[in-house]
Design a protein around this ligand. Structure first.
Ligand code: PDD
Length: 285
């Protein structure tokens, strides 16, 4: 079951007009929210980021936080999986094609759910391969825009190279991954690029930094040079659907000793504990 503009219906029955500005211009924003045991994880934070994305593209939020929460709750219940992820997007609606904003047009609100499966044990145990590329996206990467063509091309470059993700470098510094945030471990310190217009402020990124702090893992949020990425002992990727994964080869060369490192293993365990604590507090699991 999906949600479209006020109604719940089977996916096969859902259609949007071809003049929707999401289709014509990529004029919209989105969120991806993981759901564990039917409980949306960090919902308030995802909705806050959605508000920021909407404000940045000058589109009024079609719903209050409470209304979003209720709709998301109904979508979760309408689908069969305990663990799911909600994809939601808001576009500027359907109007005659004209770059400037249309007047008096209702935004299109679409939400769907998919089963959320943890990355396979092999990826957990061996880590994943990544490549690097020049970050050739625009200068508002903090907006969770549905205009993802650069991200699509950058991720496909990884797949073409037999890798899982592309790390993006802008003017000699790490920004993020094609669809993830990236962490670096050097000399026992966790390094994270600062949140700014060059990267998406990841919800998982925040969780990882909070867990590092709570567990007294030394940690610095600062610009990270290409050299520091290439000579890191550990590299990690984070996202709502992948949680935390170790990157064990970069451009075909091993990262550290080529296995998920000790800092990664600790963070992975903290992350799972944290999830269990949150679910228990919500009366789940
Ligand atoms: N993408 N950076 C980019 C460019 C992303 O697309 C994502 C997530 C992240 C991580 O953010 P978070 O931890 O809030 O998921 C960072 C989602 C999962 C996607 O597009 O499917």
């Amino acid at each position: 079951m999906i949600y479209l503009n006020g109604a719940f219906m089977p996916l096969e029955q859902a259609f949007v007009p071809v003049l929707d500005r999401g289709f014509i211009f990529g004029d919209g924003v989105y969120e991806v929210i993981p759901v564990y045991s039917r409980h949306p994880f960090r919902l308030a934070e995802h909705l806050r980021r959605l508000q920021c994305s909407l404000a940045a593209i000058r589109l009024d939020d079609p719903h209050s936080g409470e209304a979003w929460g209720e709709l998301i709750g109904r979508l979760i219940e309408a689908n069969p999986w305990q663990d799911q992820y909600i994809y939601l997007q808001v576009t500027r609606g359907a109007a005659e094609r004209n770059h400037a904003f249309p007047e008096g047009v209702r935004p299109t609100v679409f939400m769907m759910s998919s089963p959320l499966t943890a990355p396979p044990e092999s990826q957990r145990e061996q880590g994943i391969a990544a490549i690097t590329a020049m970050d050739n996206r625009w200068l508002r990467c903090d907006i969770k825009s549905i205009s993802l063509l650069p991200n699509v091309l950058l991720r496909q470059a990884a797949v073409d190279a037999g890798a899982a993700e592309t790390l993006l470098l802008r003017e000699g510094f790490l920004t993020e991954g094609a669809a993830s945030n990236i962490f670096v471990v050097r000399d026992g310190t966790l390094l994270a690029p600062p949140k700014n217009h060059l990267m998406l402020p990841g919800i998982t990124y925040d969780v990882v930094l909070e867990l590092a702090e709570a567990n007294e893992m030394p940690c610095q949020v600062r610009e990270i040079s290409e050299f520091e990425v290439r000579s890191a002992q550990e590299l990690w990727l984070t996202s709502s659907t992948k949680e935390v994964l170790a990157i064990t080869t970069l451009d075909g060369r091993p990262v550290g000793d080529g296995k998920p490192g000790p800092a990664y293993r600790r963070m992975y365990a903290w992350y799972q504990d944290y999830k269990s604590t949150v679910m228990r507090a919500a009366g789940k699991r």
